[in-house]
Design a protein. Structure first.
Lengths: 285, 86
């Protein structure tokens, strides 16, 4: 995608709808798309075909992945107005006062869930399977902070399913790519073990993860994590009956990028959005 | 060790036969992460000693052989901890 025709808006900007919700102006949008293009290079390197995940996820599917046991606070629900509320809406009643009914679906909070659920019952073979996708993800947070913490954001992921060794190699290649791209963009990233935002921080899963981190994050100098490598062991393979040939339940792993956070890190490193965009153009040549 | 093997079989009904002492219980998820604290409780019950999660590593739980050596040997966890510290 070309970033050469980017111009600032004459009136100085676009209004943001509310906390955690940001409308990106042309320069920020060019950064977002340009960075996403660059990050898609990992998929090309690993021969991961690009797919588009579903826009909503069923609560039944998510429950099978222990989503609600781990992250009951994050889920953004897709509700619809109750039928008896429609007449009121049509004559101008305030939508905020009218009841919503659950649809049995949530907006995705991570890109890989929809891909994993779409692979249920598959045998990916011992050679494994890779998929690449970007999607808008949504998380209820206790506070929001510019591009660092949004209610909705773009997450690009390259997912692997296959053997235990294959998942290790996937993450090694992903980590190498993250540092290589960061270097081209003039970003200095620190790698550290990290925790998922578990609701029960003293619970079994969180305690095991503290002993055996399955997630490592790459963070900008201000502490903003902009990429992560995650191994799931054979959890999703078992829960969704995804097999890797004779190896049994597939092991899986993913490399994830929070694209708005890469925009944030670029502006942090290069001073202004315009200078960040210049640096991105140089990196893409 | 019989109680531990029985617990693992109860949690993994699909398992056939004995579990090898070198089998990686963590990577193969024979100890599921949701059951990890229950496993700690079981070890504490069998050994009669508390396990401080600040003083162990994941490798202490990785195989039946290591669990036996670290928590259930005659000399007990305290001796194992001091040996590890030394």
């Amino acid at each position: 995608m070309s970033t050469s025709s980017t111009t600032a808006l004459p009136d100085g900007g676009l209004k943001n709808p509310g906390p955690g919700l940001i409308t990106l102006d042309p320069v920020h949008t060019a950064l977002l798309h340009g960075l996403d293009d660059l990050l898609t290079g990992l998929a090309a390197r690993l021969a991961a075909p690009e797919v588009v995940g579903p826009p909503l996820l069923s609560v039944e599917g998510l429950a099978r992945l222990d989503y609600f046991r781990n992250f009951p606070h994050l889920g953004v629900s897709a509700g619809r107005f109750a039928p008896d509320a429609l007449d009121g809406l049509a004559v101008g009643e305030s939508p905020g006062e009218l009841p919503l009914r659950p649809t049995g679906h949530l907006l995705p909070s991570a890109t890989c869930y929809g891909l994993l659920l779409s692979l249920e019952g598959r045998d990916v073979g011992e050679g494994g399977l890779r998929l690449s996708a970007a999607g808008r993800c949504f998380r209820n947070e206790t506070h929001y902070d510019g591009l660092r913490r949004l209610w909705g954001f773009h997450m690009r992921e390259v997912l692997y399913l296959g053997t235990k060794q294959g998942s290790v190699e996937h993450l090694e290649q992903g980590a190498e790519f993250v540092q290589e791209v960061a270097g081209r963009l003039g970003l200095v990233l620190t790698r550290a073990a990290a925790d998922d935002p578990f609701y029960d921080k003293g619970g079994s899963r969180a305690r095991l993860m503290a002993l055996d981190p399955v997630k490592h994050e790459f963070s900008a100098p201000d502490g903003t994590a902009i990429a992560s490598v995650n191994r799931h062991r054979n959890f999703f393979g078992e829960r969704l009956d995804i097999r890797a040939g004779a190896e049994g339940p597939a092991y899986s792993a993913c490399v994830a990028f929070g694209v708005e956070r890469w925009v944030h890190a670029m502006i942090l490193a290069h001073g202004t959005p315009e200078q960040a965009l210049e640096r991105l153009r140089d990196a893409r040549v | 060790m019989e109680r531990i093997a029985a617990w693992l079989h109860e949690k993994n009904p699909g398992l056939d036969g004995p579990i090898d002492v070198d089998e990686d219980l963590i990577e193969a998820r024979l100890i599921d992460s949701m059951d990890f604290l229950e496993f700690i409780d079981l070890l504490e019950d069998i050994s009669g000693s508390m396990i401080d999660l600040q003083e162990v590593t994941i490798d202490d739980f990785r195989t039946l052989g290591r669990v036996q050596q670290r928590f259930l040997s005659v000399s007990g966890p305290a001796a194992a901890a001091s040996a590890a510290a030394g």
